[in-house]
Structure formats: structure tokens, C-alpha cells
Write a protein that binds this ligand. Structure first.
Ligand SMILES: NC(=O)c1ccc[n+]([C@@H]2O[C@H](COP(=O)([O-])OP(=O)(O)OC[C@H]3O[C@@H](n4cnc5c(N)ncnc54)[C@H](O)[C@@H]3O)[C@@H](O)[C@H]2O)c1
Length: 339
């Protein structure tokens, strides 16, 4: 099996490559990543040196590069993690979200079509469904919930999902989509809520929370997400969408308070800042389909997973400190210059 993983130097992609390399040591894994600000090759340390792994720096929007890569590697399957992912950045500058998340997905699927209908898996998000009211705990997103994206980020992901399903219907491309809730775990870029709060809390800095912190997210450990993608890739039905979630809804403020408690810091570090424009209130996923049809179950509870995650960031300060200092940007040159 040769697997092309796009966006594999990002948070979930790097965890996925690590999980797959451990579970399937005979697979050849090719990682294509543009190394934007969010891509960090040091997340693949220990894997990148292996004989079954190849890293290619480039964009999923580069059709010429995709053609060359597909001819060289002849992948059996593609898993697409490559995306612009930060909602706040999409509010400031939506354009790059449209080109990477929509046009890049189309370019990848065209390469799959041109090479005999390569199996394609799109890593999507529960944010394509919009949000749910805070006072209706009975409501959850199912795969049938209409797409009602709120931010330029989620609208670009929803657009890509529509294209993926259209390629299945029009060209018969063997595609699947997974839509997952918020992930937490090792190697997450420290602009996202949990690593950002851990870094600021342990430094005794203010911990800025949007609005009153009442927005609710359903949290899933990244390794459980990776196992879900593996299940869909190997046993999913082409043309189907699978929701993935942890059944672990938490208000943002409760997650931030928990981090304060775990790090022994006072809650007085928490400050409330002007809410994000169009901030989604609540996400909640019904993951019944993937549990029933593919036998997937999360292995981590939020309580144990979040403690392990906090421990990981404390034990791996150098990983995120090189990011906050910008030093990680030189990693590619150091590791790959002249190769
Ligand atoms: N983080 C979450 O909680 C979450 C939840 C559900 C779904 N998702 C989805 O999972 C995927 C991965 O998310 P993440 O949190 O790991 O993101 P991330 O921002 O950490 O990583 C994205 C990666 O994509 C790469 N990239 C960006 N543009 C590219 C391009 N044009 N060509 C090639 N590579 C490019 C970046 O360099 C980076 O390595 C995304 O598609 C996202 O929508 C994320």
C-alpha cells in the first residue's frame, strides 16, 4: 500500500502518519505538505528518516507537481488533511482558504481521476454543519444535517465536501468524507485553544477567552480521530460521509479552568475578550454511524486525554517554543537543504 498524505506536517496529519507508520510498518507513506506557517516537519521526527517514508514540499494546488508525484509514486489512496484551518485567520483573509481548501481538493481529485480512480479520503469538519443552540442539549449533528457553515473557513470546507460528493456521483471516484469535532493532543499549533492556554498558563500570562467562554465544543483525542480515518479508509463505503465525535462536550471556559487547575495557576489569569465575529455557539456530533457500521470507538476519555496532553506539552516545551519563536521555519532548510 502506498498512501499519499497531504498536510502531513500539520497537527492531525502528523499524528495520522505516526499512527499509520506504527500500525502498518510495510506501508509506504508519502507526505505532501506546503509547509505553511502551520506545517512543522519536526512533528515527524523519528518517522521522516525511515525507509518507507518520503516528504515532498509542495502545494496541493500545484497540478503539475501532483501529476509528477502520482506518476512517481502511483499511490493506492490519498488522505487529504492539507488545509488552511484557523477560523480567526479566515475572518481576516478568506482568499487563501478558498484556493487551498476548495481548489486544492479539486486538483487532488483530478489527479486521482487521471490515475485510474485512486481512492480519496477527505478530512472534513463538523463546522460545515454550522452551530446548535446552547439550550437544546438533545440536538446533535448527523450526516443528514444540512450544511450551514458560518465562517469563511467552514464555508470553504463545506464547498470542498460538496465537490467531493459531486466527483463520486459524476465520475464514480471512490471517495469518503469524515467530519470530526474539535481535536486535542500532541503537536497542535499553539494558536489553537488548548495548546495556547497551556503555554500562557504555565508562563503565568493572561489567558484570553472569547465572550464569556460559554461556547461549547465536542472534544476528541487526535489519536481517536486518526483511528476513525483509518477505519473509513479501510472499511468505509465509497460515497459515504462519517461523523466522528467524542461525546465530550465542554464549554470553553471549563476547559480553560481545568488547565489552570492542572497547572496549579490561579483562575485570575483568565481574561474575557471581545467575542469572535459569528462565533458558533455549540457543536455536538452524533457518531452513531461510524460506531455501528465500522465498529469504531474512542479509546480516550476527555479527562485522561487532556491530562496526558497537558503533560505532553510540559515535557515537549522545545517543540512549541521553537514555534512561538519562529525558529521552526528553518527546520526544513536544516534537514533537507541540498538533498
Ligand atoms: N484541528 C481540528 O480540531 C480539526 C477538526 C476536524 C477537522 N479538521 C480538519 O483536519 C485537517 C487537518 O487539520 P489540522 O488541525 O491538522 O490543521 P493544521 O493547520 O495543523 O495543518 C494543516 C497542514 O496543511 C498544510 N498545508 C496548508 N496549505 C497547503 C497546501 N496548499 N498544500 C499542501 N499542504 C498545505 C500546512 O502546511 C499544514 O502542515 C483540516 O482539513 C481540518 O479542516 C481539523
Amino acid at each position: 500500500m502506498t498512501l499519499l498524505v497531504t498536510g502531513g506536517a500539520g497537527f492531525i496529519g502528523a499524528n495520522f502518519i505516526r499512527c499509520m507508520a506504527a500500525a502498518h510498518p510495510t506501508w509506504r507513506i508519502v507526505c505532501l505538505d506546503a509547509l505553511t506557517y502551520a506545517g512543522n516537519l519536526s512533528s515527524l521526527e523519528g518517522i521522516a528518516e525511515g525507509p518507507c517514508f518520503r516528504f515532498v514540499r509542495g502545494s496541493i494546488c500545484d497540478r503539475q507537481l501532483l501529476e509528477t508525484l502520482f506518476c512517481e509514486e502511483n499511490p493506492d489512496a490519498v488522505v487529504n488533511f492539507a488545509a488552511e484551518t484557523h477560523v480567526d485567520r479566515s475572518i481576516e483573509a478568506p482568499e487563501v482558504f478558498l484556493s487551498t481548501n476548495i481548489l486544492g481538493t479539486a486538483a487532488l481529485m483530478d489527479a486521482c481521476r487521471a490515475h485510474g480512480g485512486v481512492r480519496f479520503h477527505q478530512v472534513s469538519t463538523d463546522e460545515v454543519y454550522g452551530d446548535l443552540p446552547l439550550d437544546r442539549p438533545d440536538l446533535r449533528f448527523t450526516e443528514e444535517t444540512p450544511l450551514r457553515a458560518s465562517s469563511p473557513y467552514s464555508a470553504s470546507k463545506a464547498s470542498a465536501d460538496l465537490l467531493v460528493m459531486a466527483y463520486h456521483r459524476t465520475y464514480g471516484l471512490p471517495v469518503t468524507i469524515s467530519r470530526c469535532s474539535n481535536n486535542y493532543g500532541p503537536y497542535q499549533f499553539p494558536e489553537k485553544l488548548i495548546p495556547l492556554m497551556i503555554a500562557r498558563c504555565e508562563a503565568g500570562q493572561s489567558m484570553p477567552v472569547y465572550g464569556e467562554g460559554k461556547n461549547v465544543r465536542d472534544w476528541l483525542h487526535v489519536e481517536d480521530h486518526c483511528r476513525a480515518i483509518e477505519a473509513v479508509l479501510l472499511r468505509g463505503t465509497p460515497g459515504e460521509v462519517y461523523n466522528v465525535g467524542g461525546n465530550s462536550e465542554r464549554a470553553n471556559i471549563d476547559v480553560v479552568r481545568l488547565i489552570c487547575r492542572e497547572l496549579g495557576q490561579p483562575e485570575s489569569l483568565i481574561t474575557f475578550v471581545t467575542d469572535r465575529k459569528g462565533h458558533d455557539l455549540r457543536y455536538a456530533i452524533d457518531a452513531g454511524k461510524i460506531r455501528r457500521e465500522l465498529g469504531w470507538e474512542p479509546q480516550h476519555t476527555f479527562e485522561t486525554g487532556i491530562r496526558q496532553t497537558i503533560r505532553w506539552y510540559l515535557d515537549n516545551r522545545s517543540w512549541w517554543q521553537t514555534i512561538t519563536s519562529g525558529e521552526y521555519r528553518h527546520y526544513y532548510e536544516r534537514m533537507y537543504a541540498g538533498r
